[in-house]
Every structure is written in structure tokens, then in C-alpha cells.
Write a protein that binds this ligand. Structure first.
Ligand code: PDD
Length: 285
């Protein structure tokens, strides 16, 4: 049975209930994080909590817990769930009001919810053949750096991929590659790793940081800069990264092969570095 946390109590997930007047339900007014847990150890928890604080500051919700409080709760939800590798989801909404009003209530208590799901990394076949992606114009708002629960645009964009039998949608805005509907995207050209820069249009991924750190540690040349749509479409390799997908090669974009249509040599290196890092660091964090 999956154990969840809601406003001070642990309970079975199926029994967790929030009031319909919660602004998370009415307006998508909340922040969230997804934290991968390897061998019962949350990975880069400090960085996830820092990103959570940034989102809460950006949407003007006071953090209901200290870092120590979050660490204790996250430790407890991990302990209460069975899998060794988990994906801990946490969200804070502004809370429940008595009437529906766009403006913030004068006094409101945030809703704190947490659950754990088994961390299922992509099947080997996806890594061996790569995944297919479609592209779309990024029609999200101008604060994509905040990890908010208002994800309707991301859901619509991801569904475009699913409808086309693909895994991810790569988003382009004003001629530049931004990120995926629920992942960051890297390109490889002439053996150089290209990463779109962190700004208000893209979520600063924790896995994105790991990939750039592994590139630096292993002497792979990387450039963090705008990647034009033309460069992305002509890239030798494209990858998607996220806490749950890790690093996955994209071998088809809009029905056309990326490079030679197979996972490339730079991906194979990065995948090996990532797995080594997981065994050495993440499982012992
Ligand atoms: N999403 N960009 C977007 C829009 C995302 O939703 C995510 C992750 C990422 C990658 O971030 P990270 O490496 O920290 O997981 C980038 C999570 C997994 C989700 O919404 O489920």
C-alpha cells in the first residue's frame, strides 16, 4: 500500500482528500518537486529544496517547512514505502479559500501533499534504439523556470507526442530549442554538447546540471548557449533528460532520423558516466 502525507498526517494514498475550494484544484496555484531516490537515498535533496524555495518565492507562497523539516518528512515517506528506488512527489498549494477569487486570500494555510511512486527508469529497448519525438511551438507562459502545478500547457504539449506514438515533444520558441514538455533537451554537433541556457523560459533541471558536470569531469566539450531550431534539427544527436528518464537518446524527430537515426557515440559515453555516477554517488549520497 502506498503511503502518502497530507497536512501533518501519513495515510494511505487512496484515502488522501483535499477540499474542492483548494486553490491547487481551482487555479493550479501551487509548487511541486519530483525527487529521485536511489537505494532509499534522495538524490540532490538540497538542490531540489533550493529549487522549491525559488518556485515558492516566485509565486509568493511562504515555505511551510524548514529544510530540516522537509528532510525529516521526505526521509519518513521513503521509509514508509517499499521500493528501494522511489520517485518522491511533493506539492504545496496556496490552500483552501471560502470563495473562488483570483486574488490571494488574506489568510490561508498552505496544503502540503507528498507521495512516493516506484522509480521506474526507461526500458533498455528505449536506450538501445532511442525514442521518437515530435516538435511544437512552445505556447507556455514566461515563467517556465518555476516548477508550478499549473501544467496544462505541458500536458497538452506532451499529449501531442503520445498521439503521434512518440515519447516527448521538443519545444521551440522564437527560433530556439527550449526544452521538452517534461524534460530538458541537449544536442550534439561536431562532438560538442550543446545545452540551452537556464533562463525564465526553461525549467532548471537537476539532471541537466548532472549531465553538464559529467561532461566537464570527463573532458567532453560543452557549450551552454542558445541552440537554434536549425542546429537542433541538423544535430548529430539529441537527448532528453529528467529525474525519472535519466538520459535518453532521441533518434527520430518529426518522423525524420536524428543524425544516422541511432543513439550516437557521445550518448553512449554520457550514459556510461551517468550509470557509474549513479552507482558511485547517487546510491551513496
Ligand atoms: N519533470 N523541464 C520540464 C518542463 C520538466 O517537467 C522536467 C521534469 C525537467 C527536468 O528536470 P529534472 O531533471 O529536475 O527532473 C525539465 C518532472 C520529472 C515531472 O514533472 O514529473
Amino acid at each position: 500500500m502506498q503511503s502518502a502525507y497530507l497536512n501533518g498526517s501519513f495515510l494511505p494514498l487512496a484515502e488522501a482528500r483535499v477540499p474542492v475550494m483548494d486553490r491547487g484544484f481551482l487555479f493550479g496555484d501551487g509548487a511541486y518537486e519530483v525527487i529521485p531516490v536511489y537505494s532509499r537515498r534522495p538524490f540532490r535533496l538540497t538542490e531540489h529544496l533550493r529549487r522549491l524555495q525559488r518556485t515558492l518565492d516566485g509565486i509568493r507562497i511562504a515555505n511551510p517547512l524548514s529544510d530540516a523539516g522537509w528532510m525529516r518528512l521526505i526521509g519518513e515517506i521513503i521509509a514508509r514505502n517499499e521500493p528501494e528506488d522511489q520517485s518522491v512527489y511533493l506539492q504545496i498549494t496556496r490552500g483552501a479559500d471560502t470563495k473562488r477569487n483570483h486574488a490571494f486570500p488574506a489568510q490561508v494555510v498552505p496544503t502540503v501533499f507528498m507521495m512516493s511512486e516506484p522509480l521506474v527508469t526507461p526500458p533498455a529497448a528505449q536506450r538501445e534504439t532511442g525514442i521518437a519525438a515530435v516538435s511544437a511551438v512552445d505556447f507556455r507562459w514566461l515563467r517556465c523556470d518555476l516548477k508550478t502545478t499549473s501544467l496544462l500547457a505541458n500536458c497538452l504539449l506532451r499529449q501531442l507526442a503520445v498521439d503521434a506514438g512518440c515519447v516527448e515533444t521538443i519545444l521551440f520558441r522564437d527560433g530556439c530549442m527550449i526544452e521538452g514538455a517534461a524534460s530538458n533537451i541537449f544536442a550534439v554537433r561536431d562532438g560538442v554538447l550543446l545545452a540551452p541556457p537556464k533562463n525564465h523560459l526553461m525549467l532548471p533541471g537537476i539532471t541537466y546540471d548532472v549531465v553538464l558536470e559529467l561532461a566537464a569531469a570527463n573532458g567532453l566539450r560543452a557549450e551552454v548557449r542558445d541552440v537554434s531550431e536549425g542546429e537542433a534539427r541538423a544535430a548529430a544527436e539529441l537527448w532528453m533528460t529528467s529525474s525519472t528518464k535519466e538520459v535518453l537518446p532521441i533518434t527520430v524527430l518529426d518522423g525524420r532520423p536524428v543524425g544516422d537515426g541511432k543513439p550516437g557515440p557521445v550518448f553512449h559515453k554520457m550514459y556510461a558516466w551517468y550509470q557509474d555516477f549513479k552507482a558511485r554517488v547517487m546510491r551513496r549520497a
